[in-house]
Design a protein around this ligand. Sequence first.
Ligand SMILES: *Cc1c(COP(=O)(O)O)cnc(C)c1O
Length: 428
Amino acid sequence: MKYENLANQNEKVSFKEAVLKGLGSSKGLFVPEKIPVLNKAFYDGIESQNKAEIAFQILAPFVNNEIPTEELKKIVEETINFDIPLVNINERTQILELFHGPTLAFKDVGARFMARCLGYFSDKTKETNVLVATSGDTGSAVAQGFYGVEGVKVIIAFPKGKVSPFQEYQMTSLDNNIKTLEVEGSFDDCQTLVKQALADEELQKRLNLSTANSINVARFLPQIIYYFLAYKQLKPKLKNRKWVVSVPSGNFGNLTAGLYAKAMGLPIHQFVAGNNANDTFYHYLETGLYQPKASVETYANAMDVGAPSNFERIISLYNYEHHKIKLDIVGEVVSNQEIVKEIQQTWEKDNYALDPHAAVGKIAADRFNFKDAYVTVLGTASPTKFDSIMKKAIPNFSDAVTPTYNNHKEEIANSFDEYKRYLLDLKN
Ligand SMILES: *Cc1c(COP(=O)(O)O)cnc(C)c1O
């Protein structure tokens, strides 16, 4: 299977090239040429397989034998070597807790897989520079995932003052092959810097560049796995009820992975895309028009994205047909006040601490009042990462004390020239 560039149909690359390059020419995203469908026997027998076995069968067709079976099995096993429980919070709703990895957010899954693939593929004689933009959780997951990986340097750009202290701690405390840049700007500005750098000929020539944002196929493909792990846990009681999955969304990597899972045959009836005030996708669902805008800050900060990167992947999956997208995905927009109220109510009623992002997912799904359905909300991060917001809803929320630490960040303006100079200087 080849990967094609959505901006340039003549560019078809292997899995390896897609991972190493991150982004294709003309800033185009890579997508697999076709999506494999898993056979009935796989679905029938899913309960008898363990996590790693399930994950291997999902990812193997995308990797195309470009990593030998035994090696890929090992990579997959290490990628998800933590619990991914489906927790019932009421009769209808479950939270798929994706935050039991090292940095307490789902991004560990993609970051761990990508770091290992890159480690396997990279030319050991030439250092690879991985550029990342983050609204908080990607940076920490990628930093942890790549820390100490030989031949790979990671440069993380994050928006000044817009990540939580805990997130900043997780990113900036490592150093060595992990560099952090605090940018005087928004997440979208950081993402623009990264895309511009990847498209810059001089940088490409002088540095061996890649990216670990969910634009990289090795980031979003492993996220397909956990929809199947949720199914395995739900299946015994699913019977004839419908299954709805609610995805709190920012850059839409998670939702894209979910749509891939459905295309592979997983019986998901419908997706709910929960947006915070950054409602570009919601607006698209309503109008058919894609109008990216500047991001605004919210309590669900990992979703403060005004120009979602994976939008292109979603529309290409549906052949650019708006009405087909609307059959599979419904959307909602959720305010800060509603987030706080939901966290409070779920705590009081169900004795469960939703983090601000999962709260968006739950509110969005509840608005539809799906009949005869189970609703799975992705629990994208641990509430302990968002202490100050949790305390607005649950005054005695036991703290995740942010430790004192060495902060290794450097500051730059929102300027491509400054960013480029920094990258070129790293080489010396
Ligand atoms: C990154 C992130 C999201 C958004 O995920 P996308 O795949 O970018 O849509 C939601 N919640 C948390 C906690 C995150 O870290």
